[in-house]
Design a protein around this ligand. Structure first.
Ligand SMILES: Nc1ncnc2c1ncn2[C@@H]1O[C@H](COP(=O)(O)OP(=O)(O)OP(=O)(O)O)[C@@H](O)[C@H]1O
Ligand SMILES: [Mg+2]
Length: 1078
């Protein structure tokens, strides 16, 4: 959003009127009252059009702050309340933007605030113009030139504690951008008489006091000074110290300023040496000395001071001493020396001091100019600031006041001229008819003073140059003659004077009616001061000084450049420089600051109406207002005028669309302002009478109040409505928020219930799913584990061979194999014979083969038995079967058995079939004979043995007689029930027969055979095969035998060896048959 520009006007918040042009009625009283009113309200500035009236407040007001600078910066002149900054801004802007050179003319009497005003202008311009290191240095140098010049050129007077005792005009130069480039200072007529003498209650120039107060002891010593004002004749004692002025600190400020401005150390030193010399000159005193020729001579009382001055300034003491005693006049190669009397010596001394000081001051200005001069040759824009001494009316007014007042007269004239000119130009510019303006023109007074033939200055010069005795009185006489008829000249002695009886006008005085009042001048000193004479001896002595600065100050002292022509008089010099100044000012756009002093006491808040009235008069301020108001009192461009008053007319309020001028025309017509009261210029409206303006202002004020009421009303309405709407809106918002909230709560409840239900269901579902999934997972895991194990196993199996872990086992197995191999190979070689009865078997080589070894032994044995058996024929097989049977039947039962094992079972021991002896027998037995042997048949009665042939056939057991071969007994095998025998090594056996059978009638047989085992075995076998019954074989050492009806016990006992190995059988009794077995 664009920043709102607040348009204000000078007419706002006015205390009195800000612009005197608007003063109604316009007279001296209202003028003063307006000033006073404003002054009482701390408004020290008031305008007369573009002229600023400034009243010295004699206290520091908070209106020069940087904020104020900003406030006035780039604002229109009439926009804000009157201020020196407004004028400075206007001047600076029109210099910068319109390329118009400016001059700021500050006038007013001593102590009215001119110097302060000039400093304010400079500081404002410095604040608003360009910035940058170089620019800042220039600014600083320009600003710092002030304290230096003030120290040397200002003094405390009764009117002003810091009174400028010289005129100053400073040109500040700017480049096209408005940045300061440098400056040039012109100085006008320093009041040098002050150096040697000050009026009561006043001081010499500040610098003297500053040195003595502020310089260090060392520096003072160097300057041969003492820190004691009373030691110096040139320092007025009664007001050596000024209240509120700190000379010591000011001295430091000055030295600092000199340094900033660019003074070299040696230059500063020289400057202070000259100042010290001037001060000490005042201490040189003379005493009269009568000479023989009757002429008065003077002599220096105490040469000590002179000596020190000479040491300080490098002047030959004798030269200076002589210069104080003689005066040499040179005319046409002739030199005439005359001695000086005491008065003349003092005159010479003072003249030297004054000259030394005033020349030093001019040198300072030149030197400062050197420093601050613009460094470029480009075209510059210039702003001149003129701070010249103000109009002065003292009790005793002398040449200086005359000169000063002349200068002010000239300034007034230029003021009138330029103001009128400007006014006229504006009328022409705006196309308004120019009406003649009555005003007082002080040209006539200027003429009285400066006229080349009849002017007072011309008279004075004439007198000074005139040969013969010239005194101030002769000068006055001359004036009385020449100026007597002048309206503004008053003198008692003039021809047909109107003032013959005017006792207020002494004879030695003349009075001039200046524009600012009548001033009476004492003629005494006019001639001298105008001559401004310095004896050549002195200037030559100075020139001879071994001190570069002093030498430079007195160039006329150089004998080589001796100039017999009189130097121009002070008056003519001044006139010329004023003329130059005026010329200069005329080329520039003037800006006026007219300073007014409110009281004589330098006091704040005191407004002395009489004093102010006097100043208003001589400054011609009323005239100024009149001139300004002659045609039209007020003028203003159309735009701001329309802007300010547009609310007074319906057509222009609130917006006027057309051109501003048309708007103003409509406005003025509407308001019914009489036509003679205003005129339309090209860009401005001109209002003839302030009353019209005030009427407009009143209407505006009224309208503003109405508008304010309206605005207030609308605002209040708007505010209430806004508040109502806001509250309504709030209510709706709150209600909606509440509804929303309650719905939210409800919704949340439902939602949370739904969520709970959902969550239960979901939980249930999820748990179910989880269970399934878990199961599935377990299955998968199981499958995976199984698969993994399976794969693992497979892989391990596949890769086991590659594993080092299996090496042991492999090696073990291999070793085992190797051992087994070796074992079997060795076994092969160590094999025992194939005989089944061979008990040999190689020793077991390894313990671990123990069982194998045993098994192998068993297998081998079985195998060799089989092998052995395989060799058998059927015959042999039968034999062995029988043998086996025998073994089964008798082994370990019958002692006879082992002996039978090696005997082959022959069966047919008797060759029945072949042997013819058994032919009969053979014929009797048609069956196959299994056993045919001879046995002993034991007689049951005595136990005697009888041989019998024992035959066993398939079905029968036959006993036959050995000799005859007759069959004695034949028993079918089915009738044999039992065979009994002893366990001993005998061949006895009993064949028990079945009771009742045919054979059994004779009883059982008791037989003895050599082949008992074979016999018993074969009988058993045959019985088994024929009857399918096992024959009972009883092996016992006691058994019963059936002998017919008797049962006899056969008992085997251990017999003696005397019968050899043949057992003997004895019948003991009926029942017992004893068999003795060896
Ligand atoms: N605007 C101001 N605000 C405060 N004090 C001021 C102002 N103007 C002037 N003064 C006071 O008045 C005194 C005199 O002012 P200043 O030296 O400017 O007068 P002047 O017009 O230059 O006098 P002179 O003609 O003697 O040089 C200053 O020293 C200062 O104390
Ligand atoms: Mg001053």
């Amino acid at each position: 959003m664009a920043k709102m520009e607040v348009k204000t006007s000078l007419l706002d918040d006015m205390i009195g009127v800000g612009d005197m042009v608007l003063l109604e009625p316009l007279n001296e009283d209202s003028f003063i009252n307006n000033l006073k009113k404003r002054f009482d309200h701390n408004e020290v500035y008031t305008y007369i059009g573009s002229v600023v009236i400034s009243i010295n407040p004699y206290r520091s007001l908070p209106i020069y702050t940087p904020e104020k600078v900003e406030e006035y910066r780039n604002r229109n002149f009439y926009e804000l309340s009157p201020h020196i900054f407004a004028l400075s801004d206007e001047a600076y802007r029109s210099l910068r933007d319109q390329d118009k050179d400016q001059c700021i003319l500050i006038t007013g009497e001593s102590g009215a605030g001119k110097t302060e005003a000039s400093k304010l202008v400079m500081s404002y311009v410095a604040a608003v113009c360009g910035k940058g290191a170089e620019v800042n240095q220039v600014k600083e140098q320009l600003l710092q030139s002030n304290p230096v010049l003030e120290a040397f050129g200002n003094a405390k007077t009764v009117r002003n504690d810091n009174s400028s005792r010289f005129g100053k005009y400073m040109d500040i130069e700017f480049d096209f951008k408005g940045d300061p480039l440098g400056g040039v200072i012109s100085n006008y007529l320093l009041e040098k008489s002050r150096v040697v003498k000050q009026p009561r209650g006043e001081r010499n120039f500040h610098i003297f006091y500053q040195i003595l107060s502020g310089a260090s002891e060392e520096f003072l010593c160097k300057l041969k000074l003492e820190r004691d004002f009373s030691r110096y004749n040139y320092l007025g004692l009664d007001s050596a110290r000024v209240n509120g002025v700190d000379d010591a600190s000011n001295f430091r400020t000055v030295r600092n300023a000199m340094q900033i401005v660019g003074f070299m150390d040696h230059e500063t030193q020289s400057v202070f040496e000259v100042v010290a010399a001037v001060l000490k000159l005042g201490n040189i005193e003379f005493k009269p000395e009568s000479r023989a020729n009757g002429l008065d001579e003077s002599k220096i009382k105490d040469k000590n001071e002179l000596k020190e001055i000479c040491e300080l300034t490098g002047i030959d003491q004798s030269v200076l001493e002589r210069a104080f005693s003689f005066r040499t006049v040179e005319a046409k190669q002739e030199k005439v020396s005359t001695t000086l009397n005491v008065a003349q010596a003092y005159y010479a001394r003072d003249a030297l001091a004054k000259n030394l000081y005033s020349r030093l001051f001019s040198w300072l200005v030149t030197r400062i100019n050197e420093s601050i001069k613009a460094q470029t040759k480009v075209r510059k824009k210039v702003m001149g600031v003129l701070d010249i001494y103000g109009f002065e009316i003292f009790e005793d007014n002398s040449f200086e006041q005359f000169i000063i007042n002349y200068c002010n007269e000239k300034l007034q004239q230029i003021f009138i001229e330029l103001t009128l000119k400007e006014e006229q130009e504006e009328y022409i510019r705006e196309g308004i008819e120019w009406t003649h303006i009555e005003y007082f023109n002080n040209a006539i007074i200027c003429d009285l003073i400066e006229n080349n033939q009849t002017g007072i200055l011309a008279m004075l010069d004439e007198e000074c140059l005139r040969p013969g005795t010239v005194t101030d009185d002769t000068f006055l006489e001359k004036l009385n003659q020449v100026c007597a008829t002048h309206q503004h000249f008053e003198s008692r002695m003039s021809k047909c004077s109107r003032f013959l009886n005017d006792t207020s006008l002494p004879h030695s005085c003349f009075r001039i009616q200046h524009y600012a009042g009548k001033v009476m001048y004492q003629v005494e000193g006019f001639v001298d001061k105008n001559n401004d004479l310095l004896y050549r001896d002195l200037s030559q002595a100075m020139w001879k000084a071994n001190h570069s600065l002093i030498k430079a100050l007195f160039p006329e002292g150089n004998p080589a450049k001796i100039n017999l022509k009189r130097p121009p008089t002070a008056g003519s010099q001044f006139k010329a420089s004023v003329a130059t100044l005026m010329k200069n000012l005329q080329t520039k756009n003037p800006n006026y600051i007219r300073c007014i002093k409110p009281n004589d006491k330098k006091a704040a808040h005191v407004f002395n109406e009489a004093l102010v009235c006097h100043q208003i008069r001589y400054l011609g301020l009323l005239e100024n207002v009149r001139v300004r108001r002659a045609g039209y009192a007020f003028r203003q461009p159309y735009e701001p005028c329309l802007e300010r008053y547009k609310m007074l007319c319906k057509q222009t309020w609130p917006h006027w669309r057309g051109p501003a001028r048309a708007g103003v025309e409509v406005l003025f017509n509407e308001l019914g302002i009489p036509e003679e009261e205003f005129s339309f210029g090209r860009s401005k409206i001109f209002i003839r009478n302030p009353r019209t303006l005030f009427k407009l202002e009143d209407l505006r004020k009224q309208r503003l109040e109405d508008l304010a009421t309206l605005i207030g009303k609308i605002y209040r309405g708007w505010k209430c409505r806004t508040r109502f709407l806001l509250m309504k809106k709030c209510q709706i918002i709150i209600a909606s928020w509440y509804r929303r909230y309650s719905q939210q709560q409800k919704y949340q409840k439902i939602k949370s219930s739904a969520i709970t239900v959902q969550s239960y269901i979901r939980g249930w579902k999820a748990r179910k799913l989880l269970r399934e999934l878990k199961h599935l997972k377990r299955c998968n895991e199981a499958a995976t584990v199984i698969a993994a194990y399976w794969h693992g196993t497979q892989v391990r199996r596949e890769y086991r061979k590659f594993f080092r872990a299996n090496a042991g086992r492999k090696i073990y197995e291999f070793t085992l194999q190797r051992l087994m191999q070796k074992y079997f190979l060795e076994m092969k070689n160590k094999m025992p014979s194939l005989s089944p009865i061979d008990k040999n078997w190689p020793a077991r080589p390894y313990l671990f083969l123990d069982s194998t070894h045993k098994e192998l032994k068993r297998i081998f044995h079985l195998w060799r038995c089989k092998k052995y058996r395989d060799q058998f024929t059927d015959q042999q097989k039968l034999i062995y079967e029988e043998k086996l049977e025998a073994s089964e039947l008798f082994k370990d039962k019958k002692a006879l058995y082992p002996a039978s094992v090696g005997q082959p079972f022959q069966g047919a021991y008797l060759e029945i079939s072949e042997n013819p002896k058994y032919k009969k027998l053979k014929d009797a037995v048609d069956e196959k004979i299994i056993i045919a042997e001879v046995v002993n048949k034991i007689n049951r009665a005595n136990g005697k043995a009888a041989s019998r042939i024992f035959l066993l056939t398939k079905n029968n057991v036959l006993l036959a007689d050995q000799k005859s071969g007759t069959i004695k007994s034949e028993v079918p095998l089915g009738d044999v029930t039992k065979v009994s025998m002893s366990s001993q090594n005998d061949g006895f056996f009993a064949v028990h027969l079945k009771e009742g059978s045919e054979a059994a009638s004779k009883g059982d047989f008791l037989l003895s055979s050599d082949h008992l085992i074979e016999m018993a075995t074969k009988l058993y076998r045959t019985t088994l095969s024929q009857t399918k019954q096992k024959l009972n074989i009883e092996i016992s050492d006691e058994f019963l035998v059936q002998f017919k009806q008797d049962k006899v016990c056969v008992k085997f006992i251990q017999g003696s060896q005397k019968n050899g190995n043949i057992p003997t059988c004895k019948r003991k009794n009926n029942r017992l048959l004893e068999v003795a077995v060896p």
